[in-house]
Design a protein around this ligand. Structure first.
Ligand code: PMP
Length: 404
């Protein structure tokens, strides 16, 4: 990727512990290009007001920007209608909305849902909490050691009581890109809707909810060069129409009277109680424009090169084990070095300006699969370079020499 792209990200000029920053924690959150930072700043300087209620000019400007952002997301995901796009805080809230609204109103004791063994806790814990309350059970799609879901085992999990499939598009630990079109088709063969956690996909994979034919798809802006605290949930309109509201409050009602049940707004407002994160939506839309301008093709070409290069370089380190070697994967390296605690790897690299994450990465069932408690994880994005990988590998080799 050209230097001009790195120059778009002001934070990449930071020094960390007297070293140039090498940011390899993109699965946790990505850095933000100048145009996203400026769009948020400009919103607060020139357009800030609350949306939907005002007749004054600023409120109309803010409302226009907010609804334009929704339309930008619709186009980006190729949803059929902007009424299918709900603003949420992020993927976590998107899944909690599905659990609270669809789950609480439609799941019954004895029902079953299917999740995968490689889910992030965001797509496990809301269901476990609800399962205890409603008495349904959770079945789990296992994965093979190299990090690919066992689709034969998946097909066998369906029964007449299966009500939902929930699957991560891209694993935040293994980088596996799951075949969600195929997984959706299998769910639909059984008449079961599917929820896809796309938190890790948006920055790396073209998403087309109609081509994949999933029923629900959730994303977080901050994982794809946008701001924190904003994301979106796509839900097919025919499903969304049958769901009760998620939260109550302003913006989501037509009429409220004591002694009567409130009359709710139409879609999508019924699901957006309270003042939304308008500046976040503006920044989110700008991040999508940024991705579109660069194009997934260039992003993927670059990241695939980094993946192949990094994989080969890392495997040259003695006693290093890489977790996740799926045929389709993003540039994520989860690894352990025999005899060195992952926390020590993280601290050693941090002292040299390299940001990686260590721990279970909110995917403890996945860790249990491998019989480990955590890994060190370097997750790359479009601004990472081969030079950075070289330095990262050099540091790890130095560490092996010192520690083992
Ligand atoms: N799912 C996956 C696969 C993730 O990686 C994350 C973030 N680590 C989430 C869900 C939750 O996203 P957020 O924290 O933005 O709500």
């Amino acid at each position: 990727m050209k230097d001009t792209i790195r120059e778009m990200f002001p934070i990449l000029r930071e020094k960390i512990n007297n070293h140039p920053l090498i940011y390899m924690d993109n699965a946790a959150t990505t850095q933000k290009p100048q145009q996203v930072i400026e769009s948020i700043s400009s919103f607060y300087k020139h357009q800030n007001a609350n949306v939907h209620r005002g007749v004054h000019v600023l409120s109309q400007r803010a409302t226009d920007l907010f609804e334009k952002a929704r339309e930008e997301i619709r186009v980006f995901l190729n949803a059929a209608s902007s009424e299918e796009i709900l603003f949420v805080r992020g993927a976590t809230e998107g899944i909690n909305l599905v659990a609270a609204s669809f789950g609480r109103s439609q799941l019954k004791p004895g029902d079953e849902i299917i999740l995968s063994e490689m889910e992030h806790h965001a797509n496990v814990v809301p269901w476990q909490m609800l399962a205890r309350e409603l008495n349904f059970s959770i079945k789990v799609i296992p994965f093979h050691d190299r990090g690919e879901l066992d689709l034969e085992a998946y097909k066998k999990l369906f029964t007449s009581r299966t009500r939902l499939v929930g699957v991560v598009h891209v694993s935040n630990v293994l980088g596996t890109v799951n075949p969600i079109k195929e997984i959706s088709a299998i769910a639909h063969d059984h008449g079961v809707p599917i929820l896809v956690d796309g938190a890790q996909a948006l920055a790396h994979e073209k998403i087309d909810v109609q081509a994949v034919d999933c029923d629900m798809y959730t994303i977080s802006a901050h994982k794809a060069y946008g701001p924190t605290g904003i994301g979106a949930l796509y839900v097919k309109e025919n499903l969304l129409e049958t769901w009760p509201p998620y939260q109550g409050g302003g913006e989501m009602i037509e009429q409220v009277e004591f002694g009567k049940y409130p009359l709710f707004s139409g879609l999508p407002y019924r699901f957006e109680a309270g003042t939304p994160n308008v500046a976040g939506a503006v920044g989110f839309a700008e991040a999508l424009r940024f991705i579109r301008e660069i194009g997934y093709k260039s992003i993927q070409n670059h990241e695939k090169e980094l993946l192949a290069y990094g994989r080969e370089r890392l495997l040259s380190i003695p006693k290093l084990t890489l977790y996740g070697d799926a045929k389709e994967k993003t540039a994520i390296f989860s690894f352990l070095i025999d005899g060195i605690h992952p926390l020590d790897i993280g601290s050693f690299l941090d002292a040299r300006g390299i940001a990686v994450r260590t721990g279970h990465h909110c995917a403890q069932p996945l860790m249990t699969h491998y019989g480990i408690s955590g890994t060190a994880r370097a997750s790359l994005a479009l601004y990472n370079t081969k030079d950075e990988i070289d330095y990262f590998v050099e540091c790890l080799k130095e560490m092996v020499k010192l520690f083992i």
